[in-house]
Design a protein around this ligand. Structure first.
Ligand code: UTP
Length: 310
């Protein structure tokens, strides 16, 4: 692949308004639940996981959301659309609070959808967004990665992109024994304690090959130059077109779409596509809820202490 070398481009201030949410994966780790239902629709307490992700985008000021969907993704579109029958039934009953809950998801953002067709990898899913995004920086939020609403990672990332230009990824320090499950970043410190310069990336490294134990997690703010790179990125690990491989290209010195910075996240994050982490997300968020928490915590303590016969 040949790319012309140009100085990194500075963004136009305040232009990030579009978010892309890839949600076209097969969700094989969650079978059989995901045989006919997208994993992003699995409930976390009483909202589907994907609604938290869209709410996070909106909280960071991104109100134009493009979801990249695949097979069985009709429920995703329905969830963010009006449901007149249900609304009518709740209004007839005078159930104003449930009516508001039903309307929340359809009033959140301007939703757009594109089909990925063949799930050829996360990089390919992002490439499907090109016609909608055009030539402005944009955010990518993975539909199965839940960032606790109290930890505003994406807002910090858009600020960093605004300041440095180029592209920004989210990193989290993980147990070195788990780095093979993630993309691993080679990094250099900057003047800001939560920001690093990314100099290289390896997707799901073999033992001993990880450049660091800083793992790439599912939030990105990308320069549109990533599309040109993705269009030329061959299938990599797992025979899929990997976003990490394209980011590695962006991170090479003076490449258009670079530099790549990383925001080191120390907040609460759950991979809702992983069964154990999904359970942790539900238990934690339920325990911390004002309406459900007090009773649920009492029950949970008794259960964990073996104080329950049945
Ligand atoms: P995962 O690596 O979690 O893959 O994708 P998956 O197929 O969804 O799930 P498992 O591993 O089989 O259980 C990471 C993100 O990229 C999206 C997924 O929807 C998820 O948000 N993705 C992945 C796509 O949109 N298209 C793809 O071709 C692959």
């Amino acid at each position: 692949m040949s790319q012309q070398s140009q100085p990194p481009q500075r963004p136009t201030p305040g232009r990030i308004s579009k978010a892309v949410i890839p949600a076209a994966g097969l969700g094989t780790r969650f079978l059989p639940a995901t045989k006919a239902t997208p994993k992003e629709m699995l409930p976390v307490v009483d909202k589907p996981a994907i609604q938290y992700v869209v709410e996070e985008a909106v909280a960071a000021g991104l109100t134009d959301v493009l979801m990249v969907t695949g097979r069985n993704k009709r429920p995703l579109e329905d969830h963010f659309d009006r449901n007149y029958e249900l609304e009518e039934a709740l209004s007839r009953k005078g159930d104003a609070s449930r009516l508001a809950r039903v309307r929340e998801s359809s009033d959140l953002a301007t939703m757009h959808y594109v089909r990925q067709g063949d799930p050829r990898g996360l990089g390919h899913a992002v490439l499907c967004a090109q016609p909608h995004i055009g030539d402005q920086p944009f955010a990518v939020l993975l539909g199965d990665d839940l960032i606790d609403p109290r930890d505003p990672l994406l807002t910090r990332m858009t600020t960093v992109q605004h300041h440095h230009g180029g592209s920004v990824i989210a990193l989290m320090e993980v147990d070195p024994a788990h780095i093979h499950l993630y993309g691993s970043a080679a990094i250099q410190p900057t003047d800001e304690p939560d920001v690093v310069r990314v100099t290289g990336l390896v997707e799901k490294p073999e033992p001993g090959q990880a450049p660091s134990h800083y793992a790439v997690i599912g939030r990105y703010v990308l320069d549109p130059a990533v599309f040109t790179v993705l269009a030329h990125t061959p299938p990599g690990r797992g025979n899929e077109i990997q976003l990490t491989d394209a980011l590695k290209t962006l991170a090479t010195p003076d490449h258009p779409g670079g530099p790549v910075h990383g925001v080191v996240f120390t907040g609460r994050r759950y991979d809702t596509g992983d069964r154990a982490d999904y359970l942790r997300a539900i238990v934690r968020l339920a325990c911390e809820r004002d309406d459900l928490g007090p009773d649920f915590r009492t029950w949970l303590k008794a259960y964990v202490n073996g104080e329950m016969d049945q």
